[in-house]
Design a protein around this ligand. Structure first.
Ligand code: ATP
Length: 605
């Protein structure tokens, strides 16, 4: 018994120091696909992590989410379906026509590749050494980095070479990863749970790992660190310039009385500017900008980069600001829609001249070697005053410390008059730390339109669709929309929306959505309704409804008001605003909808 134990320990150690056969990953993916249960997914992935060598843990985490690097690194493998077909043709020796004809049957180039490679294996004797995850990752990395003249050919021969060495099942997943269509449904929180099980001694360790993720936005880095140094070392995980920090978000309330009560009768009220949130990372003279979704948007805002360089006195810093379109001559703020002209790949210089911006700085998370995320807000605010050179285009947000309703109301009116949306009211208590990645009561937003319920829009996530009929044949007639529940990390249905879409939207929507089509309901979607098509939760749409009602059908906030009932939005209408700045997890939460419902009741009573 003892000898056997030693042998197992030895084998495990050997495994960890050596490599991970890619067949184990492919098998795990196959099993994950066969279950719709999140707990099972977590266990399956945790089992894979347990046999993964330390040096490969980050790679397997990235690959499982269908990428090579964390989200904020703008490198994509970028194999288009056409090129993938060519690779299958080359690897199997079949005719292009045959492969193309098989595609509509499977609806998935990965499955097609698996089929043709199985046929090939039946007729040829293959005796290659097993493919390792390290090799798969390395070659995919080469494919991603191939550029310039001859890049397409190079990508093609690398991918075909990889397929030749792969088993049919491995090929299926390699192709899916390469074409960006893996979609296993293993979301960030599932990865953290699996890491906690595999390396943290159990799910209770998830909190510590989550904090590390929130301050680094890099699941691979978190995985590597916990695998290497153990869960205790995670406490020392540091904020790093260059690694975006997941943003802190605000709750909402509809009256100054409620806000003051919630914040112990004293807070710092700030203008809530209507622009784009930017997280700026400054290292000497290098500035990198991240969006609210933590995409690298440095190239879109060369003017903002210069402003940060010019007006921030700290050598190294991580700052948060709202970037707002302005009239440079008058200093007047312009609406959010104006700023959207800046979201483009080409013609950046022209857009920069036509739509200039100002930066309103509202937080500091790091400055000159010190992590400020665990400091209370007054300390951070003081630091901001030290390092921000208040100028014409860079300013601290307008703010006022208030302790009574009258002052808060007045300041609110002043903000709206100045072209802002309302106020952000911030806690100044001892524990008012920067809650990375969380929506909490340390920040409370107070917007003008809350005063009449459902004149406020909500941002909902598309998870399914119904085929259109009549005039809408060939497109989608209605979309199934959900709110996000961050506590259980699920998407709860709240309405079906078919109004407000222009002809251009109707044409565009299938193109956007079909890239994220999945064969069955996503594991994180809670729906009592069936749809014609399911999607991964990714697209966020702004919607305005007439009122919120109790619903026996929808799952949003089930049981919160009445046992067995959820909440639904009646007469929803798409406002035309695609919230591309939000990821699915940034959508309106089920709690916010519940809050809106309660307020509506109050008004009616
Ligand atoms: P909304 O949809 O209402 O614009 P949101 O869901 O995008 O809000 P919230 O957390 O609800 O995000 O509101 C905070 C947002 O308000 C921040 O993401 C930031 O972009 C913006 N903002 C404007 N002024 C401030 C400020 N003074 N402090 C913090 N955030 C501010």
């Amino acid at each position: 018994m003892h000898v056997q134990f030693d042998l197992i320990a030895y084998l495990l150690k050997y495994q960890r120091e050596a490599s991970l056969e890619f067949s184990l990953a492919a098998k795990c993916y196959e099993e994950v696909e066969a279950t719709a249960k999140r707990l099972e997914m977590t266990d399956l992935f945790a089992d894979l992590l347990k046999v993964t060598p330390k040096g490969t843990v980050d790679k397997i985490v990235y690959l499982t989410q269908g990428r090579l690097y964390p989200n904020f690194v703008n490198v994509e493998i970028g194999i288009a379906e056409k090129l993938a077909i060519q690779a299958v043709v080359r690897a199997t020796g079949r005719a292009e026509k045959e492969v193309k004809e098989d595609l509509p049957r499977t609806g998935d180039i990965g499955e097609t590749a698996r089929g043709f490679l199985t046929k090939k294996a039946q007729t040829t004797l293959v005796t290659s050494t097993p493919l390792t995850t390290e090799i798969v990752y390395g070659i995919l990395e080469k494919i991603a980095r191939a550029s310039g003249v001859g890049a397409i050919d190079k990508k093609l021969s690398l991918l075909a070479g990889l397929l030749i060495r792969a088993t049919p099942n491995e090929a299926k997943y390699i192709i899916r990863i390469a074409t960006g269509s893996l979609r296993l449904g293993i979301a960030d929180m599932t990865v953290l749970d699996a890491l906690a099980v595999a390396y943290g001694g159990g799910k209770e360790a998830r909190g510590i790992l989550e904090r590390a993720y929130n301050i680094s936005s890099d699941l691979g880095k978190v995985a590597r660190t916990v695998a290497d140094k153990g869960i205790n070392a995670m406490e020392g995980f540091k904020v790093t310039v260059g690694n975006p920090i997941r943003p802190m978000l605000a709750e909402r309330l509809g009256s100054p009385e409620e806000i003051l009560e919630k914040l112990d009768n004293r807070c710092i009220a700030e203008f809530k500017y209507d622009g784009e949130r930017i997280q700026a990372h400054k290292e000497d003279n290098m500035v990198t900008l991240f969006s609210r979704r933590l995409e690298n948007i440095t190239d879109q805002y060369p003017d903002a980069v210069e402003l940060f360089k010019r007006d921030i006195k700290a050598k190294d810093a991580i700052l948060e600001a709202e970037c707002v379109a302005v009239d440079v001559d008058t200093g007047e703020l312009k609406p959010f829609q104006e700023l959207m002209h800046r979201r483009r790949k080409y013609g950046i210089k022209e857009a920069m001249e036509e739509y200039p911006v100002s930066l309103f700085i509202f937080d500091v998370l790091y400055a000159d070697g010190n992590d400020y995320t665990l400091e209370p807000y007054p300390v951070r605010r003081k630091k901001l005053e030290e390092i921000v050179e208040d100028g014409d285009r860079v300013k601290l947000v307008e703010s006022l410390e208030v302790d009574n309703v009258r002052d808060l109301e007045r300041f609110f009116e002043k903000s709206v008059e100045s072209g802002c949306e309302g106020l952000m009211c911030k806690s100044i208590a001892e524990d008012s730390v920067y809650q990375a990645g969380a929506r909490g009561w340390m920040w409370i937003k107070y917007k003008r339109d809350y005063r009449s319920e459902m004149t406020d829009t909500v941002d909902l996530v598309v998870v399914g669709a119904y085929y259109g009929r009549g005039k809408r044949a060939g497109t989608y007639g209605a979309l199934l929309l959900t709110a996000y529940n961050p506590t259980s990390d699920v998407f709860e249905t709240v309405t079906k929306c078919g109004t407000g879409f222009t002809d251009a939207d109707l044409k565009k929507l299938p193109k956007i959505l079909n890239e994220h089509k999945i064969a069955h309901k996503d594991a994180r979607v809670q729906s009592r309704l069936e749809t014609d098509v399911w999607f991964e939760p990714f697209l966020v749409l702004e919607v305005l409804g007439a009122e919120i009602t109790l619903s026996p059908v929808h799952t949003c906030a089930t049981d919160a008001i009445r046992k067995g009932s959820g909440l639904a939005i009646r007469f929803p209408r798409f406002t035309g605003n695609y919230r591309v700045d939000k990821s699915a997890e940034d959508a309106t939460t089920e709690k916010e909808i519940l809050g809106m419902y309660r307020k509506q009741l109050k008004r009616l009573s």
